[in-house]
Design a protein around this ligand. Structure first.
Ligand code: PEP
Ligand code: CO
Length: 433
């Protein structure tokens, strides 16, 4: 069986050259960092922590700017603070960034006004512009993925260790925002309470350096096999292979075939990994995947990211959870309330309803509660900018607003206000989980 969702590169020698170049490049992440994240995800699997994973559906090379990265990081930090504070649960922070450049497509082709061209598969593969030259897969782009990921990760590392993510900055993250929106004002109250708590802790002798940095890791879908193979290295400490392109990689709904190349690849690396599970996933499928991907049943190694759709989750999830749990599978369960809820607006924009997103997360929490398993986290497509891609939310964006600022090259993302609103609603659910 040919590996699913791979680009049809016209120039095989150019692929070899790109792979050879990538093999020479230094690792983007270290094996020890992957192990540290795996340990944190182990706590998620055991019901002691909550995972917040978020970022663009598809990063772009043009989107590698300081503003874009800072804004995304900022909204994730704000969401994490809300979740941690309101629910008193440790939050594992994982960016869907610094590598999220390749997209699986349901169709190999795209037709516009009678013209049919190869589908856009992400900046890792071809260009978004709708012309023949742009859509030809170019392996040199894989090298560019490396550089774009390195630049993003470098900035993220500077932000999370250099003071920007310091908990004492909780107000600063909000300053341009606070008066403009209801959720900004609501956040400000939480920030004020955190300030008081930090002052109290300092007064009783806590080390303020403890608040200075946060743990933040990177993740992306492991889709293009050439890239992930080229970035897989033997760890000098353990002599075991790690995919050093990202701390965490996942397999999508379209590439999770048990005997497929993506499952095979991920079965050999030591990173913590995820698998997306759509509404047609049987419990036997999930148990077999766990058997192949995590044969030692190590907590934190495997995360199942369910993406059922608001209308299906209450039907599809219970049996899956019950049977996987009864089989003794160690897994962190995470909810992706985005990919089962996409539809086309009458204007032609791909969009999602904020209410459907909330409805799916609520279903996720309810089903986990009734089965007795831990609703371990949230996987969302979001941006730190004020885009208009999803409808609903406190700003009550409607379909006519979508044209105002629709910037995603793939799926619609929650904007900053919608993301923060989601975190308040999820914190409430988590408090009762
Ligand atoms: C995605 O996460 O962007 C994606 C394509 O998801 P899924 O594989 O769940 O459809
Ligand atoms: Co997507």
């Amino acid at each position: 069986m040919a590996p699913a969702q791979q680009p049809a590169y016209p120039d095989v020698a150019a692929v070899d050259a790109a792979v050879a170049r990538l093999r020479q490049m230094p690792p983007l992440v270290f094996a020890g960092e992957c192990d540290a994240l795996k340990q944190k995800l182990g706590a998620v699997a055991k019901g002691e922590s909550f995972l917040l994973q978020g970022g663009d559906c598809a990063e772009t090379f043009a989107g590698v700017t300081a503003d874009n990265t800072r804004n995304k990081l900022r909204v994730l930090l704000q969401m994490a603070v809300v979740l941690t504070y309101a629910a008193s649960v440790p939050v594992v922070k994982l960016g869907r960034l610094a590598g999220q450049y390749a997209k699986p497509r349901s169709s190999d082709f795209e037709t516009r006004n009678g013209v049919t061209l190869p589908a856009y598969r992400g900046d890792a593969v071809n260009g978004f512009d709708f012309d023949e030259a742009s859509r030809i897969p170019d392996p040199q782009r894989l090298v560019e993925v490396y550089h774009a990921s390195a630049a993003t990760l470098n900035l993220v590392r500077a932000f999370v260790t250099g003071g920007y993510a310091d908990l004492r900055q909780v107000h600063t993250w909000n300053t341009d925002f606070v008066l403009g929106s209801e959720v900004g004002r609501r956040y400000e109250k939480v920030a004020a309470e955190i300030d008081r708590a930090l002052t109290f802790m300092q007064a009783i002798g806590a080390d303020p350096d403890e608040f200075h940095r946060v743990d933040f890791h990177s993740s992306h879908e492991a889709l293009i096999l050439e890239y992930e193979h080229a970035m897989t290295r033997t760890d000098s400490r353990t002599q075991l292979p790690y995919d050093v392109s990202s701390h965490f990689v996942w397999i999508g709904e379209r590439t999770r075939q048990l005997d497929g190349a993506h499952v095979e690849l991920l079965s050999h690396i030591q990173n913590p990994i995820g698998v997306k599970l759509g509404p047609t996933t049987s419990a036997d499928d999930a148990i077999a995947l766990a058997g192949k991907l995590n044969p030692t049943n190590e907590p934190g190694r495997l995360t199942f990211i369910t993406r059922m759709g608001a209308g299906k989750i209450r039907e599809a999830l219970p049996t899956l959870l019950e049977k996987v749990d009864a089989a003794g599978v160690e897994v962190a369960w995470v909810c992706d309330p985005m990919h089962g809820n996409t539809f086309e607006a009458s204007s032609g924009y791909k969009t999602r309803r904020f209410d459907d997103v909330i409805e799916e997360v609520q279903g996720f929490f309810d089903v986990h509660r009734s089965v007795g398993t831990w609703p371990g986290g949230l996987h969302v497509e979001l941006t730190g900018d004020d885009v208009t891609e999803c409808v609903g939310g406190g700003e009550e964006l409607n379909e006519a607003d979508l044209a105002d600022r629709y910037e995603s090259v793939c799926d619609p993302r929650l904007n900053r206000v919608q993301s923060l609103e989601l975190s308040f609603l999820v914190a409430e659910m988590l408090r009762h989980a």
